[in-house]
Design a protein around this ligand. Structure first.
Ligand SMILES: [Zn+2]
Length: 46
């Protein structure tokens, strides 16, 4: 399942589908940012 920048997919760990940089959303209200490494906008739940 792919999520996009601006989505609120819920707390958990997400990996950039382009460069594999990982982020953590701490709450269900957190919004996925652009990737801070490659600036792509697609994330995959880890
Ligand atoms: Zn990236």
């Amino acid at each position: 399942m792919i999520y996009n920048t601006g989505d609120k997919p819920g707390k958990g760990d997400y990996k950039c589908t382009h460069c594999r940089f990982m982020i953590t959303l701490e709450t269900d209200d957190d919004v996925l940012p652009p990737c801070e490494k490659c600036f792509k906008t697609e994330w995959e739940k880890v």
